[in-house]
Design a protein. Structure first.
Length: 154
């Protein structure tokens, strides 16, 4: 699947899971959070392994390079907040506030990735390359997501 379309699909799945976390309680909320965590971890690690290094190799414009370099930095913020949430008991009065911060940072990142970085990727890669990159990300992400789910639930 084309990387840009795959990315949009993953972001939609993340948004759906975020809503599930926000509207659930107890074990359902906990499991939805683990799903968000594992999905984001897998997605981020796969992009950082497959997409961003190849994009940086092809960047000729400083603006495109800056946009590309910004993406993994935003991933770091998201992963930090996921770790904070994972180490905070679900019944702690600050958990929902912490999750709200994750949602805000994540939404900002997804919007930038779908707008600014997608434009960069379309300039740098052919349609065929975007298809191949999407397939690689999907493959990497699947394995990484499973590892994270196993870690989080045990």
């Amino acid at each position: 699947m084309n990387y840009i379309k795959l990315n949009e699909n993953i972001h939609n799945e993340v948004k759906d899971l975020i809503e599930k976390v926000k509207t659930s309680t107890g074990k359902t909320k906990e499991n939805a959070f683990y799903e968000v965590y594992a999905l984001l971890a897998g997605h981020h690690e796969a992009e950082e392994k497959v997409i961003f290094p190849k994009a940086l190799e092809k960047c000729e414009k400083e603006e495109d390079k800056d946009t590309t370099l910004e993406m993994p930095e935003e991933h770091s913020l998201i992963m930090f907040q996921l770790g904070v949430l994972n180490n905070t008991p679900l019944d702690n009065e600050t958990w929902d506030a912490k999750f709200s911060v994750l949602e805000e940072v994540g939404t900002h990142h997804m919007d930038e990735e779908e707008d600014k970085f997608a434009k960069v990727a379309k300039k740098l890669f052919t349609n065929q390359e975007l298809e191949e990159l999407g397939d690689q990300v999907e493959k990497e992400m699947s394995a990484i997501k499973k590892e994270w789910l196993d870690k989080l639930k045990n």
